[in-house]
Design a protein around this ligand. Structure first.
Ligand SMILES: [Fe+2]
Length: 296
């Protein structure tokens, strides 16, 4: 650390401070303002890269905090976290198992939520057991900063953390009063970027139907183009790994439809459109544009 601090003495920014604070804390993360990180990336990228490497070697994850704080380089608890008992939890469904009938049957919902999603949560908690401080972090932060997660558990966090965050996302964009056509900002964005809702629906269905094996179809915001786009990802890969906030997602693992639809994935997809909660998708787009996107 002394060597690194000596190198940082010539730094024009406050990078030495983060190293000092990180070396004092027992926690596995350090909270810094997102604006400071952007400034380091812009003004002295190679020095910042050196500090990042040092933090990674020390097992410290950088959690970016949007907004002002009086103690900017603190190692305080992040503004939102995984739970008070140091473990991730299965969030409850906001509707009953049979609420999506006849499109998605109650038995599938119960198994999918209570067994499959729970298994991802359990496996994630098991993986991070040797690093209990990590459970203080929102799962979204762990995935966004996967390269800083200890290598020994990186694949497990990618798979099980991805499974947790994808399902959490999935349950929120479904609802018994969903379906139909979108309205508001999301409707305008779909028309602008895809030509029409019908064309978007056809492209999204196609991406989901043709996805080889298990995986997901997503509608995401591309921050660099400010356009919305369709993304098809394998297994439990999260859109957070791609830096593209998710607006809508469809689970095309067989466990999502096999009990009712057997191998007829296109029939499941046709039914699925009837339970898409467009009001939630619209809110996610507005949050994303307002810079409030903290979830998948
Ligand atoms: Fe699933």
């Amino acid at each position: 650390m002394e060597d690194l601090l000596a190198q940082l003495r010539g730094s024009r920014t406050d990078l030495a401070r983060i190293v000092e604070v990180a070396s004092r804390t027992e926690l596995g993360y350090i909270v810094v303002p997102a604006g400071a990180v952007r400034a380091w990336e812009e003004r002295e990228p190679s020095t910042w890269a050196k500090v990042r490497d040092w933090l990674t070697a020390k097992g410290k994850i950088v959690v970016e905090f949007e907004g002002q704080t009086r103690t900017p380089w603190s190692a305080a608890t992040p503004p939102h976290h995984g739970g008070s008992d140091m473990a991730y939890k299965l969030p409850p469904l906001r509707f009953s198992y049979d609420a999506l009938e006849p499109y998605i049957d109650a038995e599938t919902m119960e198994l999918h939520h209570d067994k499959h999603h729970q298994t991802y949560v359990d496996a994630l908690n098991k993986a991070i057991e040797p690093y209990p401080h990590l459970a203080d972090l929102p799962i979204e932060d762990l995935l966004r900063r996967l390269d800083q997660v200890p290598e020994a558990i990186r694949t497990a966090v990618r798979n099980h953390g991805g499974g947790h965050v994808n399902h959490q996302f999935f349950w929120t964009v479904l609802g018994p009063t969903g379906g139909g056509s979108p309205r508001g900002a999301i409707a305008d964005a779909i028309t602008k970027d895809f030509g029409s809702f019908e064309r978007f629906q056809s492209l999204f269905t196609d991406a989901a139907a043709k996805h080889f094996g298990s995986g997901w179809a997503f509608l995401v915001m591309n921050p660099s183009t400010e356009r919305i786009e369709i993304l098809s990802l394998p297994n439990q890969e999260s859109v957070l790994l791609h830096g593209k906030p998710g607006l809508l997602c469809c689970d095309v693992w067989e466990h999502a439809y096999y009990l009712k639809y057997r191998n007829r994935r296109p029939d499941y997809l046709g039914a699925w459109w009837n339970v898409v909660a467009w009001d939630v998708v619209d809110q996610r787009l507005q949050d994303c544009r307002a810079g409030r996107s903290s979830t998948a």
